[in-house]
Design a protein around this ligand. Structure first.
Ligand code: NAD
Length: 256
């Protein structure tokens, strides 16, 4: 039996993970970490605390969909107790990503901005397309629900990274996010990002490769958070007996 601790149990993804675990063989949610005890899933009996240091029962691993500050606290705790972590939270700064890399020297960490298998396929297609259509202007458009707090989305950034690395450039050198005002003409080689926020959109991502005379669009639409939850739980089962390292969903799916 894999005993899981869910970080962000009271949130949208926490609920999706809880639902996914109910009735799943070989998996049990034994605890939650959340600063808000008011929004736990209905019928949830797992011990839930605001800080991992307060846990009475330590899980076999953590699945984290919360906020960067909560994730980093849990990572520190996981390193001290040698527990694997599946990390789905987005919005980390470059310095915070370094902390994740550092922790993964001591414990196995699966880190993915998007745990949907379809998005993983999309990332691979974007890398191939960006390499073939070297001169195409790439624009990435993402849309999410009104409560999302970071932009561009972690998935949009992962799409940009996939294209940039296929073109042998650093994303930070070519990224243009949120144009406004007197922008001037588009610069060759840049990758543009636009973010839409509204309603209950689960997550739409489009990569537009714009050439003269034609345009190729690669699009993914998530219609339910269950797709992220089941991908994260697949990663949890996979990582439970792995050596310390930083893993991606490609590793989990055996695509690399
Ligand atoms: P949410 O706001 O609904 O839930 C976050 C939960 O974390 C809340 O219950 C909140 O109380 C808790 N929390 C926040 N800060 C905390 C802290 N310091 N200590 C303890 N608890 C804290 O958000 P959500 O929609 O569930 O998304 C959570 C994260 O997962 C976001 O970063 C989102 O972008 C990301 N996400 C990733 C994927 C993926 O596939 N990787 C998919 C969906 C969402």
């Amino acid at each position: 039996m894999l005993r899981i601790g869910i970080v962000g149990l009271g949130g949208r993804m926490g609920h999706a993970l809880w639902d996914c675990c109910q009735g799943m063989d070989g998996v049990k949610v034994v605890c939650g970490i959340d600063r808000n005890a008011e929004t736990l899933p209905a019928g949830c009996t797992a011990e839930t605390v605001a800080d991992p240091e307060l846990l009475k029962e330590i899980p076999d691993l953590f699945v984290d969909f919360s906020r960067p500050e909560a994730s980093l606290k849990v990572l520190k705790f996981a390193v001290a107790h040698k527990l694997p972590v599946v990390l789905g939270t987005t919005g980390f700064s470059a310095a915070q990503k370094d902390e994740i890399r550092q922790a993964s020297k001591a414990i196995p960490v699966v880190f993915a901005a998007n745990f949907s298998v379809g998005v993983n396929v999309l990332l691979n297609l974007i890398a191939k397309t960006a390499a073939v259509l070297q001169d195409a202007d790439l624009e990435i458009v993402e849309a999410h629900h009104r409560y999302k707090v970071d932009a561009p989305s972690g998935t949009a950034l992962a799409m940009g990274e996939a294209a940039a690395s296929a073109r042998h450039v650093a994303l930070k050198d070519v990224m243009v996010a949120g144009r406004n005002g007197d922008t001037g003409a588009r610069q060759y080689g840049t990758i543009g990002f636009s973010s839409v926020r509204g309603g209950d959109i689960v997550g739409d991502h489009t990569a537009m490769f714009c050439c003269d005379g034609e345009r190729l669009e690669l699009k993914h639409i998530a219609t339910s958070r269950q797709t992220f939850a089941s991908g994260a739980l697949r990663a949890a089962r996979w990582v439970a007996d792995k050596k310390p390292a930083l893993y991606s969903l490609n590793d989990v799916l055996g695509l690399k």
